[in-house]
Design a protein around this ligand. Sequence first.
Ligand code: S3P
Length: 167
Amino acid sequence: MNRGPLIVLVGPMGVGKSTVGALLAERLGVPFLDTDQDVVHRTGRSVAEIVTEDGEPRFRELEHEAVARAIAGFPGVLALGGGAVGHGGSRALLAGLPVIFLDVDLAEAMRRIGSDTGRPLLAADPERRWQELQDERRALYLEVARFVVRTDGRTPEQVARTVAAAV
Ligand code: S3P
C-alpha cells in the first residue's frame, strides 16, 4: 500500500475540505482529489442523482471504492466526503495515514453551504440535519484523525498553511 505523500482531509459538509484541499495541494505541489468528484467523474452522475435514484447505501459503496482507489495509489491531497468515515472499511484504510479533521461550528458551516442544493442529505431542514450528522460523526472524525484544525473565522489560505505546517 502506498504510504507516500497522501494527506487526507475529513470533516463535515461545509467545512471547506475541497477549497482547503486544493490550496494545500497547490502549496505542496501535488495533485488534489475529492471523493465526490471522483464518484461523479466515474459514474457520470451527480451525488444528488445517485442518492435519490439508487439510495444512500449505493452512494456509500461508490464512495468507499473511491477512498480505496485513492489510498492504493493517489499521491496527493485527498478530501473525503463528510460521510465517508461512516464506512468501517474506509476507516480501516485510513489507519496510519496523516488524516486531518477540519472542524467547524454549525453557523459557519451554514454560511459556507449557503443555498447549495447539491447535498441531498441536508434536504428539508439543513441546520437540524447538519448538527445531527455532526453529533453522529464527530467521534469518528476524531478516531481517524492525527490532527484537528478548527476553521471558524479563518480563511482557507490560513487553514491550508496550518495544515501544511502540521503534516
Ligand atoms: C455527505 C457529504 C458530501 C457528499 C454527500 C454526503 C455527507 O460531501 O459526499 O452529499 O454525508 O456528509 P462534502 O462533505 O464534500 O460536502
